[in-house]
Design a protein. Structure first.
Length: 277
């Protein structure tokens, strides 16, 4: 038997964020066992914790969707850190937790009552080719007047991101297919009027977690923050809402300190117990 925790991420209200399943003490599990269990949980991601192989790290995780393994993902990073700490994990540095994953070492800090991770470097950035953009726009059902900018924003899952004219346009999106064909991960963001409760609305359409929409997405928000803050399209600190259309109330806190973008949110335990794998 292994300890099991299910954590709701980017919310302080259970059932209004994005849940992640965390299996503790999992070094003896095979990749196939992990993949099978992640498929069975049917959550967007399931993580498996073990001792690190890098002496700088505090623990190691592997991240699985129901369909594939990911090198990095944001809400599983925060949810796994929450579960590890709650299970008695003690970081080598009292001010910083170091997570080892396939993408490398990810730093996680306490930010008041929240946890925040340092956005990993992009695997792919730069402009989106016009023919690719046309295909993505057709999937989303938007026209050129509604697209302010587009950028590759891939930090592992394959994100391509579009800045739309405003949050209302983002909320009104009704994609015209179950997925975006050649593009496994499409993210969109639009701004709210000044003085609103939050600054931006974000939506994430990805086939990596099954056809449809991800409720709240750390990796996408990390890449969006790197892109928009650097180019002056977003302030150095802002709050994004995500999951609104799905009935969630995700809140993602993005800030830039020096040359680094940090992505944070509240985390709350929903389920604890053991699993027989």
């Amino acid at each position: 038997m292994r300890r099991f925790t299910q954590v709701d991420v980017f919310t302080d209200e259970l059932m209004f964020g994005n849940p992640v399943a965390v299996v503790h003490d999992a070094p003896e599990l095979t990749s196939q066992q992990m993949a099978d269990f992640a498929s069975w949980t049917n959550l967007s991601e399931t993580t498996f914790l073990s001792a690190p192989t890098d002496e700088q790290a505090d623990y190691q995780i592997r991240i699985f969707t129901p369909n594939t393994e990911l090198p990095f993902a944001g809400h599983p990073t925060l949810g796994s850190a929450h579960a590890w700490l709650e299970a008695g994990g003690v970081a080598q540095d009292s001010n910083m937790i170091i997570q080892q994953c396939a993408a490398g070492l990810v730093r996680i800090r306490r930010d008041g009552n929240r946890l925040a991770f340092a956005a990993p470097p992009l695997i792919r950035g730069g402009d989106v080719a016009s023919e690719d953009l046309s295909e993505i726009m057709a999937f989303l059902g938007v026209n050129h007047d509604q697209v302010v900018a587009a950028q590759w924003a891939d930090n592992g899952p394959g994100w391509v991101a579009l800045l739309l004219s405003d949050a209302e346009t983002v909320l009104a999106l009704r994609p015209r297919a179950a997925d975006a064909g050649r593009f496994s991960a499409v993210g969109v963001i639009g701004s709210y009027p000044h003085g609103s409760e939050v600054d931006f609305e974000v939506r994430a359409f990805t086939s990596l977690v099954g056809p449809g929409e991800d409720p709240v997405t750390g990796s996408l928000n990390a890449a969006l923050g790197q892109w928009l803050i650097t180019t002056g399209r977003a302030p150095s600190s802002y709050v994004a809402a995500q999951g609104t259309v799905l009935g969630r109330r995700g809140r993602v806190h993005v800030s830039k300190t020096g040359n680094e973008v940090w992505v944070g949110g509240n985390t709350i335990t929903g389920v604890t117990g053991t699993v027989h794998i």
